[in-house]
Design a protein around this ligand. Structure first.
Ligand code: CU
Length: 291
């Protein structure tokens, strides 16, 4: 009877060990960007990812030690039904020890976080092959002041992007080019995002290109990214903003600076051609008394 019991226990322990070992071996591939934040698109996304991993690994070590001690104690000090428990009145050295250890861990996490924060918050200069752009004073600015500004407007249920340094002040009077849903930007260029909302609170989030920033009606919030290479990056409004919230996706298309300039020109031409058509239509409708 006892033999069968201990064999069964050994089998359970073995099965658990195989399951945990297997999960650890398979984890890096299957769970890339699942357990840790997406990264690789922009330096701030990479900094968020590395800070996250440092905290995760420290927490994992603490988890293993605490759970290991728990399981060890449960096993080692198991007793038969009806046994009288030992009466223990604390252990001062142990208690002081784990209080200091916990405080030290918090101290390390605090220091690491504050060391890492500037690389997440402050935009760097554009790369040598990035676009050379003008400066303005109201937004976060890289050390040399050169940046590309894109204004993002959240509205139920689409993102609108306006391109140009003065996009906050004179998007319409300057006839700045704009696009919906898909943002086009040049690679290796520090892009500052001025984020606004026209209706409810939305949240701008393209995980591979950095952190999440709310778009709040009546306010302008800012963030930045510097795409490290060309490609497309997907995002999704991260704040429940209404019944069609799930459809409020974002796509950032990173192209070469030359392709970007060409796209911007083409976009401007298409917008003005469309406006001309509408103007003609309006004249016809007005002349015929239908408007
Ligand atoms: Cu939204």
């Amino acid at each position: 009877m006892n033999d069968a019991k201990s064999r069964r226990r050994r089998q359970i322990v073995l099965a658990l060990a195989v399951a945990v070992g297997g999960a650890l071996i398979l984890a890096p591939d299957a769970l890339a960007n699942f357990l840790t934040p997406k990264s690789g698109g922009s330096p701030n996304a990479n900094a968020i990812d590395s800070l996250y991993k440092i905290v995760l690994y420290i927490a994992a070590v603490v988890f293993v030690i605490v759970e290991g001690a728990l399981f060890y104690s449960v096993y080692k000090f198991r007793a038969k039904k009806g046994a009288v428990a030992a009466q223990i009145h604390g252990n001062t050295r142990l208690e002081i020890g784990w209080t200091i250890a916990a405080a030290l861990i918090l101290l390390v996490l605090t220091v690491v976080t504050f060391v890492k924060l500037p690389s997440i918050i402050d935009p760097p200069n554009s790369g040598p092959n990035g676009l050379v752009l003008s400066a303005s004073v109201t937004e976060p600015t890289p050390p040399n002041g050169q940046k590309l500004t894109v204004c993002i407007q959240g509205r139920q249920y689409i993102w609108r992007y306006t391109y140009g340094t003065n996009c906050l002040q004179s998007a319409f009077t300057s006839k700045l080019p704009y696009s919906y849903e898909e943002m086009v930007v040049p690679e290796r260029t520090t892009v500052i995002l001025d984020i606004q909302s026209t209706d409810v609170i939305h949240s701008w989030w393209v995980p591979s290109l950095g952190g999440k920033v709310d778009a709040v009606p009546g306010y302008t919030t800012y963030t930045w990214f510097k795409a490290l290479h060309t490609g497309t990056f997907h995002g999704q409004c991260a704040q429940l903003c209404g019944r069609n919230h799930a459809a409020m996706t974002a796509l950032v298309k990173v192209v070469t600076p030359d392709q970007y300039s060409a796209w911007l020109r083409q976009q401007s031409q298409q917008i003005s051609a469309a406006n001309n058509q509408v103007t003609q239509l309006r004249q016809i409708l007005t002349a015929s008394g239908n408007l």
